[in-house]
Design a protein around this ligand. Sequence first.
Ligand code: APR
Length: 242
Amino acid sequence: MSVLGDVAEKLQNAKRVAVLTGAGISAESGIATFRGKGGLWERYDVEKLATPRGLKSDPAYFWEWFEGRRREMLGAEPNPGHRALAELEKLVESFTLITQNIDRLHQRAGSKNVLELHGNAFTIYCPRDGWRMETYEPLPSIPPFCQCGAVMRPDVVLFEEPLDEGTLRSAFLAAENAEVFMSIGTSAVVYPAAYLPVEAQRNGAFLIEINPEETPLTAIADAVFQQKAGEILPKIVEKLRG
Ligand code: APR
């Protein structure tokens, strides 16, 4: 049987499916990845910029960069890959979508059960008094200020910051109980997210990778599609529908 047929059959018979997505699934929506060609890391020193220290030392520069990313995300549309995953969720008894992305394109495509490991670009909060707001509009001022006068920050996990305990625990639980785990559009080099596919397979999951490039997972995955997510995911869902 073809890899596509094999994968469709595994998904057909699975009660519990978990998916990990990275920047690659939003690439076809025009949002730059981090490490790929033309990625953000080529243009910015992301590790210096996207840190609590970077925000504190030069809030204007941090927010110019971050607001640029927010507006890019606001201008983007979910692509066939996002939409296929929202369809897949309806076909599977228990479906968990774990994303490293902060663009909320999965939710805009209709995905319901989404765990945002790295937060989201549309909630901002005041580190001093905790005041928070969710906004899908361009920010009125750069950097944004709280009424208390402090500079606000995005509700995202910056480098050197811990992930939300509860979200991480739910993600590992979904991975450990999955019968099928799909790693889509991630370079699988950033931890702890990169542990999820390995933990899933170690607990018996059939591991599928979708990525045009090789990653550390490619050699161990049970099925590999070295294609774009927006191309192969609709074909997998179509095959599943039969
Ligand atoms: N379909 C599928 N995969 C794609 C596509 C596509 N159309 N286009 C690119 N890719 C792949 C690239 O080959 C690359 O392996 O997506 C992957 C993107 O990798 P990264 O840029 O490293 O993004 P990601 O894995 O999400 O990074 C993880 O690192 O910088 C931090 O917090 C940031 O959440 C991010 C985390």
